[in-house]
Design a protein around this ligand. Structure first.
Ligand SMILES: [Zn+2]
Length: 312
C-alpha cells in the first residue's frame, strides 16, 4: 500500500505556519509529523477500522506530543506540541526520547462505542530488540504491527514541506498457516516457504527505495522502479473526495463543554483577567471566543443540564 499526501499535508503545515503563537514546524518536527500522518493513513487503510485510528507519540524531549487522527473515510488531522528549541539536525530520540521515556501509542476508537467502553490502545516503546534507541518512526510502527497483528511488516516513510509519503508491505497469512504443527502437509510447507522467500525479496526491494524517490515519484513510477520483475496488479487509487484529506472535528459545542468542565470559578477568573475566554484548536487553528455574556450563558444552562448522578 502506497500513500502520498500532498494537499492534505500542505493544509496541515499551512495552518500551523499561520498560528502566530507557534509559527511553522522546524524541519525535523515536520518530518516526524509528516511520517506519522502517512503511517496513520496506511494503517487505517490497511485495517479499515470502523472508527478513528489515533497515532500518538509522547515525548520527553522538546517535542511533548505528536498526534495524527485518521477517520474511516480517510479524512485526517494532525498536530505537534513543541516546548523549547529543536535543532535543525535533531534526531528522533533527541526530540522525543531524551530520557528513555518516550513512547508511541496506537488507539482504535470505535465509532459506535458504548458508554463506559474503553477504546483499544497499544503502546510501544521507542527501543529496538537490542535495547537501542530507534531513530525512525517507521521501525517503531513495524514493531507494533508485528506485535499486534503478528504480521511481518515493512514500512518506509518520508516527509518534506510538500509531500508526506509512505509504503507499507505486509505478508498476509496464508491458508493453513495457523494449523498445529504436523497438520500442515508437505505441499503446504513448501508454499509457506515460497511465500516467505517472496516476502523477503519484496522486503529488500521495498527498503531499497530512496527518500527522494518516495517523495518525488508518482505511484506508477515507484511500483515499476521497485518491482519491475514482479507481476503487478494495481488497485484504483483513492483520490479527491474518497482519498485522504484534511478535516477537523472541532466545533463550538465541544469547546463549550470543555470550558464548562473547568467550573464557574475558573472561568470567572479567566474573564476577570482577560476579558473573555479564548480557546484555539491545535489541529485547524480555529479560534473560539466567549465574551462575558457567552461565558455566563454556559453556566445558566446548568440547572436544566444537571441530571442526578451526572458529574460536573
Ligand atoms: Zn479544529
Amino acid at each position: 500500500m502506497l500513500v502520498r499526501l500532498t494537499d492534505a499535508w500542505q493544509d496541515i503545515l499551512a495552518r500551523r505556519a499561520a498560528n502566530s503563537e507557534t509559527g511553522a514546524y522546524p524541519a525535523p518536527v515536520r518530518q516526524l509529523l509528516g511520517e506519522m500522518a502517512a503511517a496513520g493513513v496506511l494503517m487505517q487503510g490497511n485495517i479499515k477500522f470502523n472508527g478513528a485510528l489515533v497515532l500518538q507519540i509522547f515525548g520527553d524531549g522538546p517535542v511533548k506530543l505528536g498526534v495524527v487522527e485518521v477517520q474511516p473515510d480517510l479524512s485526517l488531522r494532525a498536530t505537534c506540541t513543541q516546548v523549547g528549541k529543536v535543532a535543525d539536525d535533531a534526531t528522533l530520540s533527541q526530540m522525543v526520547n531524551v530520557n528513555n521515556e518516550g513512547r508511541c501509542a496506537i488507539t482504535l476508537d470505535p465509532q459506535d462505542r458504548l458508554p463506559g467502553q474503553q477504546p483499544y490502545q497499544g503502546v510501544v516503546p521507542l527501543f529496538g530488540d537490542r535495547g537501542e534507541k530507534l531513530e525512525n518512526i517507521s521501525e517503531v510502527l513495524e514493531h507494533y504491527m508485528l506485535q499486534s497483528e503478528q504480521l511481518d511488516t515493512v514500512l518506509v516513510l518520508a516527509a518534506d514541506d510538500k509531500v508526506a509519503a509512505g509504503l507499507l508491505i505486509q505478508r498476509l497469512p496464508i491458508e493453513g498457516e495457523s494449523n498445529l504443527a504436523g497438520q500442515v502437509d508437505s505441499l503446504m510447507r513448501e508454499s509457506v516457504l515460497g511465500q516467505s522467500e517472496d516476502f523477503s525479496r519484496i522486503s529488500i526491494l521495498t527498503k531499497s527505495i530512496k527518500r527522494e524517490e518516495l517523495l518525488g515519484l508518482d505511484a506508477e513510477t515507484i511500483l515499476h522502479r521497485l518491482y519491475w520483475e514482479e507481476p503487478l496488479a494495481r488497485f484504483e487509487p483513492f483520490i479527491g473526495e474518497t482519498g485522504p484529506r484534511f478535516a477537523c472535528r472541532c466545533n463550538r459545542e465541544r469547546v463549550r463543554n470543555m470550558i464548562r468542565s473547568l467550573g464557574t470559578e475558573e472561568v470567572e477568573g479567566i474573564i476577570a483577567e482577560q476579558g473573555q475566554v479564548e480557546v484555539g484548536c491545535d489541529f485547524c487553528g480555529a479560534q473560539y471566543r466567549f465574551d462575558p455574556v457567552d461565558a455566563a450563558g454556559l453556566f445558566t444552562g446548568l440547572p436544566t443540564d444537571l441530571h442526578p448522578g451526572s458529574v460536573h
